[in-house]
Ligand binder design. Structure first.
Ligand SMILES: Cc1cc2nc3c(=O)[nH]c(=O)nc-3n(C[C@H](O)[C@H](O)[C@H](O)COP(=O)(O)OP(=O)(O)OC[C@H]3O[C@@H](n4cnc5c(N)ncnc54)[C@H](O)[C@@H]3O)c2cc1C
Length: 585
């Protein structure tokens, strides 16, 4: 391999979404630690963070009284008490400064008439420990994530962060418990590059593409967690995957919870405001898991709006009473989506919606400084970090509240970036083996040489159907046991797929197969964890075990991919602030 394909940096960050860019900003800010690289399979501003719509939660109290303590409590209760409570306290405390930092860095937030950052309501965010909804979500119309990404990217360029765009992570170099770098495929040339580093942070985002209907971008294939799992790193709480209540019917494209935050109402096929039955206090602003289940229950009970024979039934999100001016000013992209995809104006007609697979609560386990956890005792890898949706600190527990992901990226991205920059200043760069890229090369060679006629599209479609129908909103034991076996055979089938394109430049055939294998490994782990958790908590709703069981299951799952199977163990939940209580809204 030519020397030009080896690179050396202090810190290498994989992923250029909100988490990766914020980490890079912090890691590159401290003098002496300015040798930071960001590797991304996409051009940075195409990362999924740019699609985030509704807002970023912080108890600024600009419109009405609010406190970080209330925010932390809501986060813990919203997570059905599986949330680590010190992590939630940090999230809520540091959210306030994080939002002001973004403002100071140039983020154009929507404003109140007096010029303060405006705030709106969002599901599960309340005043005084659950009394009533509170205005906590700071926003830039319905383009909050887009603005965050633009702001952070510009700041990273200013700080001389080196960007390697369209480089695809294939392997993370780990020996024992020490990380030494990563190997990535340059998409334009097909060349492998070794990035030798003192510290690596994985921020590759979510993996909603394992489901048939999802709000997630095509690139959200869970590459980081899957590569680490194959390297022996455990994954945490993978059974908890959030369905957002309001995806555009049949397409899954997200309609932000901000619509309900501004007063939008969900109605069933008879026009009834059904959330009155399910969450009498918070109604349409109850947490997402409850609303997604309520919609599924209405539809199953025959009270949905009747779809075409080809499509499932749905419910309506009614925003017609909000008026044209307010919709155009506060939710302009949502209005555009409806006009473009549904030929419908939400000013005149309610929006047809169905739940859509949205957010991975689980992922790579980390401590409060983003260091990746190696075992049930909380031991950590040296020089290996994770942040953002692919990580699990665990601040979202069994169900994330809206607006808490963007906060998570900034708060824990910043903490990880700071820790990394201190770490790289203290250690020398290790020696990297001469054959560092061999494993990655073997993976790619093997895929390129497969010659059987299995079709990737067919395998992908089967995975999505299994995950949607069996490991979706409602789950039950027997069906999931079967799903685990089916996913296992789909994993094996990918080893027979023929890669049609034999070229080097932009070989999307090969890339999609890599991504499919990553998704399948994570789907397999998700199904195994969901089958194992015999209770209902947050987004994990078992029809055969419909109650929460704190006696047996108030613990985090850790899952290892070992010898082609999943091994499970548990890690305690941090309950140091609040006693778990039944969740009522
Ligand atoms: C439609 C939508 C709306 C949302 N709205 C909100 C909201 O209003 N508020 C909120 O709090 N949350 C919201 N969320 C959730 C939130 O936006 C995401 O959880 C968050 O942005 C994820 O950020 P991230 O930095 O972890 O990953 P991403 O932004 O997804 O970025 C992942 C990065 O990893 C890179 N990458 C991935 N795989 C590889 C690989 N193999 N090699 C190299 N690079 C790789 C990609 O190129 C990309 O740069 C929304 C999510 C969606 C889908």
């Amino acid at each position: 391999m030519g020397s030009s394909l080896k690179h050396e940096f202090d810190a290498v960050i994989v992923g250029s979404g909100g988490a990766g860019l914020y980490t890079a900003l912090e890691a590159s800010r401290v003098p002496g630690a300015n040798r930071t690289a960001v590797i991304s399979k996409l051009l940075p501003i195409r990362s999924h963070t740019g699609a985030a719509q509704g807002g970023i939660g912080a108890a600024l109290g600009n419109i009405e009284e609010d406190k970080p303590e209330w925010h932390a409590f809501d986060t813990v209760k919203g997570g059905d008490y599986l949330t680590d409570q010190q992590a939630a306290a940090i999230l809520a405390e540091e959210a306030v400064q994080a939002v002001y930092d973004l403002e100071n860095r140039g983020l154009p937030f929507s404003r109140t008439p007096e010029g303060k950052i405006d705030q709106r309501r969002f599901g599960g965010h309340t005043r005084n420990f659950g009394e009533a909804p509170v205005r906590r979500a700071c926003y830039a119309a319905d383009r909050t994530g887009h603005m965050i990404l633009q702001t952070l990217y510009q700041q990273c360029i200013k700080n001389n962060v080196s960007f390697f765009d369209e480089f695809h992570l294939v392997d993370v170099l780990i020996e024992g418990c020490k990380c030494m770098g990563v190997v990535a495929l340059e998409l334009a040339t097909g060349a492998l590059h070794v990035f030798h580093a003192k510290a690596v942070l994985i921020a590759t985002g979510g993996f909603g593409r394992m489901f048939r209907t999802t709000s997630n971008a095509y690139a959200n294939t869970g590459d980081g967690p899957a590569v680490l799992a194959r390297r022996g790193v455990p994954l945490e709480d993978m059974e908890f995957f959030q369905f957002h209540p309001t995806g555009i019917r049949g397409m899954g494209i997200l309609i932000t919870e901000g619509v309900r935050g501004e007063g939008g109402i969900l109605r069933n096929g008879k026009g009834e405001r059904f959330m009155e039955q399910y969450a009498p206090t918070l109604l349409d602003l109850a947490p997402r898991d409850m609303i997604a289940r309520a919609i599924a229950t209405e539809i199953r009970s025959g009270r949905g709006a009747i779809g075409d024979p080809e499509q499932d039934d749905y419910v309506h999100l009614d925003a017609t009473h909000l008026g044209r001016d307010m919709l155009n000013k506060k939710l302009p992209d949502i209005c555009d989506f409806c006009r473009t995809y549904l030929s419908l104006d939400p000013v005149d007609k309610p929006i047809p919606v169905q739940p859509t697979a949205h957010y991975a609560m689980g992922g790579i386990p980390t401590d409060l400084n983003g260091r990746v956890i190696a075992d049930v005792e909380g031991g950590v890898y040296e020089g290996l970090y994770a942040a953002g949706e692919c990580a699990c600190v665990s601040v979202h527990g069994a169900n994330r509240l809206g607006t808490n992901s963007l906060v998570d990226l900034i708060v824990f991205g910043r903490r990880a970036g700071r820790h990394m920059s201190e770490f790289v200043n203290q250690v020398d760069i290790g020696i990297i083996p001469a054959d560092a890229e061999d494993r990655a090369r073997d993976i790619l060679d093997k895929l390129s040489n497969q010659r059987s006629d299995e079709r990737a599209e067919k395998i992908r479609a089967s995975m999505k159907t299994i995950m949607m129908d069996v490991v979706g909103i409602y789950r039950s034991g027997d069906e999931m046991a079967k799903a685990v076996r089916q996913l296992q055979s789909l994993r094996q089938a990918t080893e027979q797929v023929r890669v049609g394109d034999t070229g080097k430049a932009y070989n999307t055939d090969l890339l999609e197969l890599l991504e499919l294998q990553n998704l399948l490994d994570l789907a397999f782990i998700t199904a195994a964890c969901a089958h194992n958790r015999k209770e209902s908590r947050g987004a994990h709703a078992r029809e055969d075990f419909s109650e929460r069981d704190d006696g047996k299951y108030l613990k985090h799952t850790l899952a290892w991919l070992e010898d082609g199977n999943v091994r499970l163990d548990y890690k305690p939940v941090d309950l140091s602030i609040w006693e778990p209580k039944p969740r009522k809204y």
